[in-house]
Design a protein. Structure first.
Length: 128
């Protein structure tokens, strides 16, 4: 039987690998990978919430994704600068997509580990 942390590891690493593949495959088309990666990351957030016994909507997952991924601007800049270069752009785009997905996943894990199933924070009356 897998522990919650092992399941969350699997969710995050699988999603990161998927995002790396999307980032590498669509590197030469600026911003083409963003909707696909955002969808994968939102799904990852939903799965992590589920592992913690928290039920959230797809809209709430998308809002959390925006909160967790403040560095998305940096990714857009790196893609604009070198993303279009065949080979190098693919590697950089894949690496950046995977790294940001890992960061979002672990931020979601930390967030939901401090949240009760009813959506309230542990030790608090509301979640902000």
């Amino acid at each position: 039987m897998l522990t919650r942390l092992q399941k969350v590891h699997g969710i995050i690493h699988t999603t990161s690998a998927s995002c790396a593949g999307v980032g590498a495959g669509l590197a030469q088309i600026p911003t083409a990978d963003m909707p696909v990666i955002a969808g994968l990351q939102s799904g990852m957030i939903l799965l992590i919430a589920h592992e913690h016994g928290v039920t959230i909507t797809k809209t709430a997952a998308a809002e959390l994704l925006l909160t967790f991924s403040a560095s998305i601007g940096g990714r857009a800049i790196s893609q604009a600068l070198v993303g279009w270069v065949p080979g190098l752009g693919n590697v950089i785009n894949a690496t950046t997509a995977a790294a940001l997905t890992e960061a979002v996943g672990w931020a979601a894990n930390a967030y939901f580990s401090e949240t009760k199933p009813d959506g309230t924070a542990l030790g608090k009356t509301t979640v902000t």
